[in-house]
Design a protein around this ligand. Structure first.
Ligand code: ZN
Length: 348
């Protein structure tokens, strides 16, 4: 079985800009095929799998496949690409990034241009860049040349980036939100298959959903169809343990274990699931943190599906979210896997 870091590297190597998850969903499906009792890619592109238990509960574990990125909006006469963002991105991180344009003829490399300091005044450099002022240089000299390479309006654009290992068991890369969640779900699913002799009492559904970053869209048909009684969505959450973060904006830190997400901008966890996760963590000596955090997750959409779903997410702490240099601690990923497996096999 692939170790967690190798799995993360494999997932990060395939881009999945929100709304353009096709290639990534094929990779996920191929990784879990043979380990589940049912597997399907639904009409909107979600990968949905079922691990059969005794059917006492229907538990949904969701991780979103999509990551923030860009989309080509126009190609100008000189072959420069204009774009807009897909998902929440701070424009300041866009300058001077290496990017990949995913065209019908394959990948085309490019850079988001940055004006040299020699060409700008001090005042101009203080200004927040507008996306309308930014452009991608793919090396083309004309619109025709860009077309010839397959570039066209509506092509998705991802940040270039693999996974780098930092010191202290920490890793850096783009798309940790939510490919770390996908990695946790895949590892848990493998583990459940190893327990085949003693199946969990719940039927467990795993969804790898599309378009979370565009308003929690993809998971809605999954929640409708699976009609779960309990949901444990997996996502990342912003750690606040670095210079410049205002006091109390986030009590989450790297390396202290998974975050049981009690509340966020759009969501309050169902109390019994939250307390169950805390109990499982404590009984098994797994470190955990309770999070009242910014942003939101697919939990907010799942919770209100049909007649309501008892929902509490597990999140992996991440620094510098929605940038190409997200930083996470591998021990948090491992402890999230441990907690999820224990929870899934304890639900009765
Ligand atoms: Zn996310």
């Amino acid at each position: 079985m692939m170790d967690t870091l190798s799995l993360i590297k494999k997932l990060i190597s395939v881009s999945s800009v929100s709304g353009f998850e096709d290639e990534f969903s094929e990779v996920v499906a191929s990784l879990i095929d043979g380990f589940v009792d049912e597997l399907e890619i639904d009409r909107v592109g979600n990968v949905v799998a079922r691990v059969e238990g005794e059917g006492k509960e229907r538990v949904l574990v969701d991780a979103h496949m999509d990551e923030v990125g860009l989309i080509v909006k126009a190609i100008d006469e000189k072959g420069f690409l204009r774009f807009t963002t897909l998902g929440g991105i701070d424009n300041r991180i866009l300058l001077a990034q290496r990017v990949i344009v995913h065209t019908s003829k394959g990948k085309v490399k490019g850079v988001i241009a940055a004006m040299p300091p020699h060409f700008t005044s001090e005042k101009e450099r203080e200004k927040m860049p507008s996306v309308d002022d930014l452009f991608i240089d793919i090396g083309a000299s004309s619109k025709e040349e860009a077309y010839e390479r397959g570039v066209s309006v509506s092509d998705p654009v991802s940040f270039e980036g693999g996974v780098e290992e930092l010191i202290g068991g920490r890793i850096c890369g783009c798309g940790f939100d939510d490919k770390l969640g996908c990695a946790v779900a895949i590892k848990a699913l493998y583990e459940l298959r190893n327990l085949k002799e003693t199946p969990p009492s719940a039927d467990i559904y795993f969804s790898f959903s599309v378009e979370e970053e565009r308003g929690l869209r993809g998971v809605k048909p999954v929640a409708f169809r699976v009609n779960p009684t309990i949901a444990i969505p997996l996502d990342t959450t912003g750690a606040g343990d670095y210079p410049g973060v205002k006091p109390f904006i986030s009590s989450v830190v790297l390396g202290k274990g998974p975050v049981i997400r009690a509340a966020d901008r759009m969501f309050i966890a169902e109390r019994s699931v939250k307390e169950f996760l805390i109990k499982v963590a404590e009984e098994n000596g797994i470190p955990y943190q309770i999070g009242v955090v910014m942003g939101t997750t697919n939990a907010a959409a799942i919770q209100l599906a049909r007649e309501g779903v008892a929902t509490c997410p597990l999140c992996i702490p991440v620094r510098y979210a929605h940038s190409p240099v997200e930083v996470a601690d591998l021990s948090d990923v491992e402890n999230t896997i441990r907690l999820l497996i224990k929870a899934l096999t304890t639900i009765s």
